[in-house]
Design a protein around this ligand. Structure first.
Ligand SMILES: C[S@@+](CC[C@H](N)C(=O)[O-])C[C@H]1O[C@@H](n2cnc3c(N)ncnc32)[C@H](O)[C@@H]1O
Length: 290
């Protein structure tokens, strides 16, 4: 197994943006390997509390071993769409969403999230989630494949890719991420450094995990449970996610229920992108509830 290191994105901006105090209660709705969480723990003192959620049970189990001994920490294997139910009773002062997946999951989990890896093709955060990518690619109508790839990947070659998948699967079942990316590479021209399979993989992940719907319910739940004068910070990595966050925050600010801490999204500087290329598309937005 390849051990990957995950570098928390926009760490100092997130910490500053969450406006942490010595006894803050913080919900990290996407706790993963605890990159942001560890820094949050340093800032909230012994009176503080950290509630961590992650939809990937493997990540929660691992972090439980590392941080579970801490009395200030409570971890839950949960979708953040259930945030109100899971974390409502804690009345948090601050909530963080760092969307998507981490480098730890990309290669190490053997789930087919990465087109580079010659491994299975599940692409779901929760292994019980159905259909997974392999099943969807096997059974979906070519028109539905095309629509998913176009809508969630914003991929202009969606039709070509869907037809190539259909032709290939008529002869052989597609069982690995590498196999799928090779099919895509044959029909989409390579431009620049971004792998042509990136958009299709992103599309499948968003669709299979209902990621956009989860963000909407996660934000609605977060708004309900965060204390007045509490903050919500969200890091999004692509425009479909960021659009939802932007709209949600704008409406709250317009209705004078909250105020935007930054008018424009905070993005990583050149040094951060050089050190951590994964951060290149990150956009951080922060709101304070009135
Ligand atoms: C980018 S990582 C977070 C990294 C973390 N901030 C750190 O620095 O270590 C995103 C995490 O969100 C989790 N995730 C994705 N969708 C989720 C959902 N709907 N509910 C809960 N967790 C989710 C993924 O499993 C992944 O662990």
């Amino acid at each position: 197994m390849i051990e990957e290191k995950h570098i928390p994105v926009l760490l100092s901006k997130v910490i500053e943006g969450l406006n942490l105090k010595n006894d803050s209660t913080v919900v990290d709705a996407t706790v993963n390997g605890g990159g942001h969480a560890r820094e949050i723990l340093k800032r909230i003192g012994q009176e503080g509390k950290l509630i961590g959620l992650d939809w990937d049970s493997g990540m929660v189990e691992k972090l439980q071993k590392d941080l579970g001994g801490e009395k200030r920490v409570k971890l839950f294997h949960s979708n953040f769409s259930e945030l109100e139910k899971v974390a409502g009773s804690f009345r948090p002062d601050a909530i963080l969403f760092d969307l998507g997946l981490s480098s730890l999951q990309l290669l190490a989990s053997g789930r087919g999230f990465s087109f580079k890896a010659d491994m299975g093709l599940k692409m779901t955060f929760d292994l019980n989630q159905r259909p997974n990518a392999e099943e969807f690619i096997r059974i979906a109508h070519v028109k539905d494949l095309e629509e998913v790839i176009r809508k969630y990947g914003e991929e202009r070659f969606a039709g070509r890719i869907a037809r190539a998948i259909a032709e290939y699967r008529a002869k052989k079942r597609i069982t690995s991420a590498k196999e799928l990316s090779e099919i895509i590479l044959r029909v989409v021209p390579r431009r620049g450094r971004i792998n042509p399979a990136t958009r299709t993989f992103q599309a499948l992940r968003i669709y299979l995990n209902h990621e956009l719907e989860n963000i909407e319910s996660g934000l609605a739940g977060a708004w309900k449970i965060v204390k007045p004068e509490g903050r919500i910070a969200v890091i999004a990595y692509h425009s479909l996610e960021d659009r939802i966050v932007k709209k949600f925050f704008k409406e709250k600010a317009k209705g004078e229920q909250g105020k935007l801490i930054n008018k424009k999204p905070i993005v990583p500087n050149r040094e951060e992108i050089l050190e951590n290329p994964r951060s290149r598309s990150a956009k951080l937005r922060i709101i304070e509830k009135n």
